[in-house]
Design a protein around this ligand. Sequence first.
Ligand SMILES: Nc1ncnc2c1ncn2[C@@H]1O[C@H](COP(=O)(O)OP(=O)(O)OP(=O)(O)O)[C@@H](O)[C@H]1O
Length: 919
Amino acid sequence: MDVRGTVADDVEVRSVSTSYGESDLAEVRLVTDDGPAGEDDRPVEAHEPITVTLWNKWTESAELLEPGMELLVTDAEIDEYQGETRYKTTGDSYVVVEPSFLVNVTAIRNWTECPRLYYLNKLSGVPLNYPVVKGTLVHEVFGDLLRGRELEESIDARVEERGLQLGLLGEDPESVAEDVRQNASAIEGWLEQGRLTEEDRAATAADNSERAFSPAKSSWRSEQLLISETFGIRGRADAIRRGAPVELKTGKNLKKEPRFKDKVQAACYALLLEEHGGDVDTGTLLYTKNSALDRNEETGDLTPAKEFSMGAGLLKYVVRLRNEIAAAEVAGDVPTGYEGNAKCEYCFEQDTCMVVSGRLDQESKAGQIGQPLPAEEREFFERFSHAIEEERREVHREYAKLWEQSPKERADDDRALIDLEFAEKRPLEEGRWELRARRTSGANSKIREGDLVLASDGHPVRGQSELARIERLDEDEVVLTADEPVEVTRLDVYPSELTTDRLLVALHDTLLKGSERRKDVLFGRAEPEFDEPEETFIGNNAAQDEAVRKAVGARDCALIHGPPGTGKTYTIARAIRAMVERGERVLLSAFTNRAVDNALEALLEQLEGVIEEDRIVRVGSESGVREDMAPYRLERAGDPEERLAELENAQVVAATTATCGSRIMKEQSFDAALVDEAAQLTEPGTFAAINLAERFVLVGDHEQLPPVVRAENELTESLFERLVELHPEAGVMLDRQYRMNQRIQAFASREFYDGKLRPAEPEVAARTLDDLEGVSRDDLPAEFRDPVAFVDVEGDDERYTDSLEAARIAELIAAYEAAGVDPADVGVIAPFRAQVSEISRHVPEGVAVDTVDRFQGSSKEVIIVSFTATGTLEGPIFEDYRRINVALTRPKRALVLVGDSGALSSDPVYGRMLEWARR
Ligand SMILES: Nc1ncnc2c1ncn2[C@@H]1O[C@H](COP(=O)(O)OP(=O)(O)OP(=O)(O)O)[C@@H](O)[C@H]1O
């Protein structure tokens, strides 16, 4: 039986004499969800601690325990002791500390080498260097060979795909191909033992039809993402042959046995496979460089493939290692290197290790170099790295939901599309598959075209599951591409840690590699300085002109505060043009692809005739970049020199902040970085972009939505907001808006912008629906002729939906349509996704219905807000007044609020809103 609970007290390890001699044990008191279950399943009081005795080596894991940590003991045995029901480990047991913390297999491998190396890798990320790129190439070719692609074709295609990276590294494609070929010959020779044949595929399919996915039954498959809910481990195995893991290493190994750390890695995959029903007793390591060595010059065992047998002892050892990582992460410990036996003088990372220890004043086995950073910077680093780790744990919780939530709960949470009907699989040229499934319900979800998702035949962890990319997502069909032909019936959001990883690296780079002057400004030790440009940049808007002057003249930074519709995008574009005219190289960035493309569109207009089109480059994935900006997208594949020249020749580069943290962008440098939507970015998220430039300009509105993060900590305040407070003199507020009728704007201006926001022109102030072709306000019911109206609906008492409001909104839209308004000009904003779905069912096609978060940055002629609140005020729209600011500032010509006046008037801000709307 499995025992799982929260550690109640401190744990002590002691030795006792048994019939086998001296043994160690630790008695752990655990609070479980259901208390100590008796043999006859008597109902027992919940939350009473039970005692589990961990024997022998498991006491090493017991020593890591702190009260409050989660513990899982598998295959425990009941141990009656003086009338008390207790539990103890058996020979088959595993003890897992914090099982919901998912440790990566590569992390466990690094940790075996040296726990501090694991920490350093997290801080500084994987740099762009040739061995890493070559390693990736060899792995890709391996996967291709397994899927039956021709060797030469695979090498050519894969080398070509990495054109830009190779260009940045100054590598010649011919010699890279040769290098990969040498490594691949080891794979080829060995693969002759069994390629992934049609029979294998048929066997896999047969397994699936029995709905008992068992890799053990099929003889081969390529790279697979594996997640263990029991052991808290996750990783991608390079290949699985007859149910056993195969790992590829691009290095050499002349010994008979695989390296220990490689065995550890293979053992991790074995555990993962066992959880999926396999029974794994061997592992294979393939050292591809062995086949490139000359037999005359090298002595030793040159065979590339080394098989080893995997005993229970190794598997348990691996779980104990994993426990060390999970416990250290939960406790927030920084490894010193003394935990392991590695010798620092042999370590490639010794210098980095010493510098990090020196700068952050950390204890380290390698020693320290250099002066510690000022205390406030170290404190900042610590606070933010903890915050980022908290965010990571939230991502891990997302993983846990893959198995904790039922399919229905996942779908209701918008995290999955269930009830798909598998339709078709079609092999693609490069050995991948195109999969199609029909959608049987028009459900909503967070899943979008271009996303990576977990595509499964029923369960994302327990069933057959593949990482797949959404190529197309229509109302009635979804088209995916994946490495293996899963008969997909369900899609789940894939919780990626990539963003979190990059935040940590950006934080590290800012503090340890950033210029002193930059840090002086960020920490308020120096005031930002400005030059005063002579010219007038924008003649008809003084605040915008001032903003451009600040941006162009900034020696350190400028902050442009842009309330809704005040021409932020226009101002950014004008500022970049001025910089380009001065011969500067500029980075344009924002949190979302959508914002980057919007700003780029405005910029293209400004730059017409100023620079050649090919000096403007958009960096991003094919699915991320808007279609009309695709001509500017930098292709990564192709001739290295050409690709590199395209990037280096670019005077303006546009990319999301996440992409700014990529290895390619990190090689670039700019005179200035302009970041739009900066109030929606975390501090480290902003660093990723501004680290690439000498000076920076942040543009945003901290009265609109804050950064999107999962954890509640310092990440929720943007750098923009902090700097606006710290250096008010570096900021300018744009105060003339080009969007809303004056009546609509009045409340937001008073409530959120100290009454400073005003219409830019009389035409804006006076705009009404009458200006639209074919529309007459006289055809509307009298109460909707004013640009702002309130509709009192008592509501139906449901928590996340309100069918009465939805029905009333449908009537309203019909009335607007009857007055000549095009449904495409109407938007409906609701606080909950459930209400968004409810409303969507009632209104005609073309009306945009969504949550506030998805409406930020856009506008409509008519906006209807559904408050979905009866009696009390609860839920996201009400938690944060910034959300209501966004909702109320989306319309140009008409705004209708629909809600329960009783509930709304219980809050002072909403009360004032009601007064304004009912005037
Ligand atoms: N100085 C100006 N003169 C004339 N029109 C302007 C000026 N500044 C902005 N506009 C116009 O006002 C509209 C809104 O501008 P823009 O899209 O730049 O606003 P924004 O602040 O980025 O909006 P949002 O708040 O939605 O992000 C655009 O149509 C733009 O062309």
